[in-house]
Design a protein around this ligand. Structure first.
Ligand SMILES: *Cc1c(COP(=O)(O)O)cnc(C)c1O
Length: 349
């Protein structure tokens, strides 16, 4: 990507505005014991009576070290949903700009486009669930601000080809957001390694999946310091609460991630093999994530049979290219054995 200009990409109101300056932005010398009378807090200590650190420095320092980036390259949000919403609000002018999404994919990109009154140009994945670079570039114009690539993709579970992503990174002139919510389940490297080389690359990860903290609502955006600083300007000042910041720090330090991910991958392989032997399952898509997409004979029927047996899966039939497809998340060993048992019972029913 040559001649990338962040100022051309940013909405004029965002470029020109002054950000809200919170009490904790103005005074942040936390080294000395001080008497805090600047934020109208209740002085009686109960561990949450003070506002949280608006920049979440401790948590970012830990993530920066883990992912080998700088703190200036990180933005945290109340789930990925918030960081994605901030991208729209910073860079997409309502009723004027557009984004490109690649269905079948994560539904929030389109929902956020609608909320922000930004046109969503959908370009279907190819039959083998890869981005169609040519079609994407032909749908692009000077108002195309963001291209959403989800890799590994939800709901298909596959990763996108490096070659196609490189092709897009070199030829697409807006921001390219790679959603890596499932990267820790994949053998492929994170695109974070290339952050320095592509000024238009933005990567989003989350603590909701491999890190086992979906209830905490912490999404992570990695990008150039320039892009992060635009987003920092418009984010709600105290968007990550104290409880989440503290608990996320503790849980990441304990790091059960490798152990749990290994177990989930073993289970994914077992389930994959078992699914292939079921006669009403027509296709099992190889997965780089913690779920498997299968094509069955009759998705509505099979979905209901799962429910009747106390198991909830996701019916993705209404998504393009996903006719009669169910998405099954990898559970514990016990849970997966119940799935396999049920499939066998249904097969011979
Ligand atoms: C689950 C998921 C997320 C995570 O969203 P959070 O708001 O961080 O929980 C993001 N992107 C994709 C593609 C997902 O499937």
């Amino acid at each position: 990507m040559t001649n990338f200009d962040i100022n051309k990409l940013t909405r004029t109101n965002v470029l020109n505005m002054k950000p809200y300056s919170s009490a904790r932005d103005e005074f942040k010398d936390f080294k000395h014991e001080m008497i805090y009378l600047d934020a109208n807090e209740n002085p009686f200590d109960n561990s949450v009576n003070r506002y949280p650190d608006p920049q979440q420095l401790e948590l970012k320092e830990l993530l920066a070290e883990k992912r080998d980036v700088k703190v200036e390259n990180i933005l945290l949000g109340n789930g990925s949903d918030e960081v994605l919403d901030l991208l729209y609000r910073a860079f997409c002018e309502p009723y004027k700009d557009n984004v490109i999404t690649l269905p079948p994919t994560y539904g929030m990109y389109e929902v956020l486009a609608n909320i922000n009154a930004v046109e969503n140009r959908a370009v279907l994945l190819t039959d083998d669930f890869q981005p169609n670079a040519e079609a994407i570039l032909s749908k692009t114009d000077e108002n195309t601000k963001i291209l959403f690539l989800c890799s590994p993709n939800n709901p298909t579970g596959n990763s996108f080809s490096d070659k196609i992503v490189f092709d897009l990174l070199s030829n697409f002139s807006g921001l390219i957001l790679i959603d890596e919510a499932y990267i820790d389940f994949s053998e492929k490297d994170s695109w974070l390694l290339l952050l320095k080389e592509y000024p238009n690359l933005v990567i989003c990860q989350t603590l909701s999946k491999a890190y086992a903290m979906a209830g905490m609502r912490i999404g992570i955006l990695y990008a150039s310091a320039e892009i992060i600083s635009v987003l920092n300007k418009i984010k709600p000042p105290y968007n990550i609460n104290i409880l989440s910041q503290e608990k996320a720090l503790k849980k990441i330090q304990q790091s059960t991630l490798d152990f749990q991910v290994k177990k989930i991958l073993v289970e994914r392989d077992k389930l994959f093999e078992a699914l292939k032997t079921v006669d009403f399952i027509e296709k099992v898509i190889p997965s780089d994530a913690n779920f498997i997409l299968v094509k069955v004979d009759d998705a509505d029927l099979r979905y209901q049979q799962f429910i009747d047996n106390g198991i909830v899966v996701r019916n993705r039939s209404n998504q393009p290219l996903c006719d009669n497809c169910l998405r099954i998340t990898i559970g514990t060993k016990d849970e997966n054995e119940k799935v396999i048992q049920l499939l066998k019972t249904l097969q011979y029913a």
